[in-house]
Design a protein around this ligand. Structure first.
Ligand code: HAM
Length: 422
């Protein structure tokens, strides 16, 4: 039997993982300056947490969750997204009580959705996300968006755009909902069974149906912005004002309703505009979810956040043919020509590593020439050769692999020499 990774998952192999680490470094550094502290929540949660928050009529809950019953007969679900768990933790640990609101949290980790596999769509993928909970200030909406944009800028992406919408408040949603029902009801039989089911339960979901999105009724559907209340409109104007202050350009899209139920007011997505990018162009999605904390049993605390997948970020870099600045080069490869030299090589390897010099030696008894080839393959910046003469003279032969220059350096000065050259 040949084993393969399960469909929709992937192994991140050496070489590729260096890119992940670099992206994670950029992200962690930005979280530090933006002040989003990391929170780590479980990979599985009680199923009801997701049906309550993400919403019963969403594709995620209806078709994509990995749900199982544990040995204690509890229904658990591998998290399809991070917001539900983070908001649960905010309520459970009474973070609404800490003096500094909003509480600004970040997370990174695997999420699971049973989706059809295609480029950029996996069944296990890694989301980085942030949640700012406890503020209804439009300036925090702009900050969250700015952080997402900064991540893409710092990794070197340029072909991206921000798309923005407002879903308004409860009054907005109620009047829009009635308009949607009136619009779709007479011809609902032309739409798929999911849409038919959603007509009265959650007509907004019809607008992001993956099957019927080309149907003519979609284009003529009542647009949310026409139903915004004065307060919701004013809030959205403020968000746009702050984005202008931060010089973040955006496009408005009245059809940006997002695929999860907890949103209201600001919603946004960041898309790749690179020509080589596949059919799925959304890199990042987020929005405001006032009311979610009380839905999950806590006091009312407004919140906003976003999530992006590292997989799609890396695909976007590839589409733009951008390379990351990786910090994974080998500094020194030590070649030992005989058994006595090997002992010295092991000792020097350890000394160099304590001085943060990335060092490698041979562990499969290769001849000198084969060790040299290995050093080349690993792009070593320096090669140190140790043989009988070197041991006698207490000095190593050091070859600079960039210039080809070779010179003798006495053992006690090797570290200082390498540090001055690297
Ligand atoms: P979402 O739009 O479902 O939102 O997912 C956010 C991002 O996760 C997407 O833009 C995409 O980059 C990535 N993503 C989603 N599904 C897949 C997949 N199957 N394969 C690869 N990447 C994927 C949320 O999850 C919300 N929790 C975001 C949020 C946080 N809203 C407020 N706070």
């Amino acid at each position: 039997m040949n084993f393969k990774v399960p469909r929709g998952t992937q192994d991140i192999l050496p070489g590729e993982s260096a890119k992940w680490q670099r992206v994670e470094e950029v992200i962690r550094e930005l979280c530090r300056v933006y002040r989003y502290d990391e929170i780590r929540t479980p990979i599985f949660e009680n199923t009801e947490l997701f049906t309550r928050s993400v919403g019963e009529t969403t594709d995620v809950v209806q078709k994509e969750m990995y749900t199982f019953t544990d040995r204690g007969d509890r229904s658990l679900t591998l998290r399809p997204e991070g917001t539900a768990g983070v908001v649960r933790a905010y309520v459970e640990h009474k973070m609404f009580g800490v003096p500094d609101q909003p509480v600004k949290l970040s997370y990174i980790g695997p999420m699971f959705r049973y989706e059809r596999q295609q480029a950029g769509r996996y069944r296990q993928f890694v989301q980085f996300g942030v949640e700012a909970i406890g503020s209804a200030d439009p300036a925090i909406d702009a900050e969250v968006i700015a952080l997402a944009m900064d991540i893409y800028e710092k990794v070197g992406l340029t072909d991206i755009k921000l798309v923005l919408n407002s879903l308004g408040d409860k009054t907005t949603r109620d009047s829009h909902r009635s308009a949607l029902i009136a619009h779709f009801e007479p011809s609902i039989h032309e739409l798929c069974s999911d849409c038919q089911n959603r007509l009265h339960k959650n007509p907004l979901r019809i607008l992001d149906c993956k099957k019927d999105h080309e149907h003519p009724l979609m284009a003529t559907a009542p647009a949310l912005p026409d139903y915004l209340t004065d307060e919701a409109r004013a809030y959205f104007e403020e968000v746009k004002k702050y984005l202008d202050v931060l010089s973040i350009p955006y496009e408005l899209d009245a059809n940006l309703v997002r695929g999860l139920d907890y949103y209201n007011h600001t919603t946004f997505e960041i898309m790749s505009t690179a020509s080589g990018f596949g059919a799925i162009t959304t890199l990042c999605g987020g929005g405001r979810y006032d009311g979610l904390t009380s839905e999950l049993g806590g006091p009312d605390a407004p919140g906003i956040g976003f999530a992006l997948s590292i997989e799609r970020l890396l695909l976007a870099l590839e589409a733009e043919q951008k390379t990351l600045d990786l910090n994974n080069q080998l500094d020194v490869y030590i070649i030992a020509m005989d058994a006595a030299a090997k002992v010295k090589a092991v000792e020097l390897t350890s000394t160099f590593r304590t001085k943060d010099i990335a060092t490698e030696i041979d562990y499969v008894n290769r001849k000198m020439k084969a060790q040299m080839k290995a050093a080349d393959r690993q792009h070593a910046k320096f090669v140190i050769i140790l043989g009988e003469t070197e041991l006698q003279e207490q000095a190593a032969t050091v070859k600079n692999m960039t210039t080809g220059e070779q010179q003798k350096v006495i053992f006690s000065e090797l570290v200082t020499y390498l540090q001055s050259q690297l």
